[in-house]
Design a protein around this ligand. Structure first.
Ligand code: UD1
Ligand code: UDP
Length: 355
């Protein structure tokens, strides 16, 4: 099988490791197309180097732009590529503009689409990610759901054919790399286990609205411990301004870190506060309580199990959610996000469908 995988954003890079292993193990060929959606060294190259991911076969070098222009530029380049290579299948994952472009372009050219991480819903159409995942799901030939909740969401939209529970590739990654977590970041930042909180903020709904962004940082500033904040580049322009205005002395902003450094920061944190889907799940994998800095989450399982508390963006609510998740009773269920073999299940399903 010739598999074209279209990727472009940070969480899709680590998943490439486990996906590629599964593809190689079954003797298939992968053509990796990096859209260039994430392009800073600390948003892209660092992961390829650290995790030994081979260079993308093709980099579209699209870069940042408005959603329509960014997606349109990807489409116009993918159109020629898919026509030229005629892959047996195009694989996309998650909910980024790269996911949308890969799925739409392949579907228009009658190439089967596999959506990994299918069926997640926030039911909030103001989120660009929600639009991307709904469209990708409805265009896909094979839908690989990470959770039972995701399968239920698809059923509600009338999609039940070729939907399979595979588990979450992010959990595959965690299991594969957790022993290699780069603990040297702890001494480099003079951090001790359980003496700090780790935070990330990058969602458009939290960063584009400056008053909401300020409320979130104020919430972090109210916590009774230092907060380490590896900053996604989209927040840099407002970040120092807001931190100065709040005189938030406990917030320590650092550059984005590598995946293995991030794993160490997560494993050693007392609590994780995040609007990231990946970081939220990693908090659960690492058995660290988390506050989800959003009004909704697609990963409801860990809220139900007591590990995560949704806070929204009001500062006081963030403080309350911190106390709630630190004090809640928690249950760790081993296979909530699969067995750590999601990637090989995805490849087996593609074979079984003779895509
Ligand atoms: C995107 C995805 C989101 C995913 C996240 C993973 C969409 C709509 N959103 O969000 O689903 O959770 O990736 O990290 O696709 N920027 C840089 N350098 C970079 C990349 C981005 O400076 O290497 C800045 C640019 O100003 C850009 C902004 O960050 O406009 C946002 O980047 P973008 O890729 O559009 O969205 P993310 O927030 O990264
Ligand atoms: N991550 C990282 N360095 C950072 C911040 C995040 O390696 O400085 C990793 C994190 O461990 C997770 C992934 O990036 O594996 C999540 O990406 P992000 O939060 O950008 O996107 P989302 O998961 O919300 O789509």
């Amino acid at each position: 099988m010739l598999i074209m995988r279209v990727l472009g954003a940070r969480p899709q890079f680590m998943q490439e490791v486990v996906f590629r292993r599964a593809v190689d193990a079954r003797g298939h060929r992968e053509l990796m197309v990096h859209t260039g959606q994430h392009y800073d060294d600390k948003m892209s190259r660092i992961f390829f180097e650290e995790l030994g991911i081979p260079q993308a076969d093709i980099n579209l070098e699209i870069g940042s732009n408005s959603h329509g222009i960014q997606t349109g530029l990807m489409l116009s380049k993918l159109d020629g590529l898919i026509s030229e290579y005629r892959p047996d299948v195009v694989v996309v994952d998650g909910d980024t503009n790269s996911t949308l472009a890969g799925a739409l372009c392949a579907a228009k050219l009658n190439v089967p689409v596999v959506h990994v991480e299918a069926g997640l819903r926030s039911y909030d159409r103001r989120m660009p990610e929600e639009i991307n995942r709904v469209v990708a799901d409805h265009l896909s030939t094979l839908l690989c759901a990470p959770t039972r909740t995701a399968i239920g969401n698809l059923e509600k939209e009338g999609i039940s054919e070729n939907v399979h529970l595979t588990g979450d590739l992010m959990f595959d990654c965690f299991k594969y790399f957790v022993r290699n977590a780069d603990e040297s970041i702890m001494s480099a930042l003079s951090l001790a286990k359980s003496e700090y909180a780790l935070a990330t903020v990058h969602r458009a709904e939290n960063t584009n609205d400056i008053s909401r962004f300020e409320q979130i940082l104020k919430g972090l500033s109210l916590l009774p411990l230092p907060v380490i904040l590896p900053a996604h580049p989209r927040i840099l322009s407002n970040l120092n301004l807001v931190i100065d205005r709040l005189s938030a002395k406990n917030i320590r902003v650092i550059e984005p870190v590598s995946y293995l450094e991030m794993l160490a920061l997560e494993l050693n944190a007392k609590c994780i506060l995040t609007d990231s889907g990946g970081v939220q799940r990693e908090a659960y994998f690492a058995c660290v309580p988390s506050v989800v800095l959003r009004d909704t989450t697609e990963w409801i399982e860990q809220v139900d199990l007591g590990w995560s508390v949704l806070s929204g963006a009001r500062s006081q609510a963030i403080l309350e959610a911190y106390s709630a998740c630190m004090n809640s009773s928690k249950q760790y269920v081993e296979n909530v996000y699969g067995d750590g073999d999601a990637a090989s299940k995805v490849v087996s399903l593609m074979e079984a469908m003779a895509l």
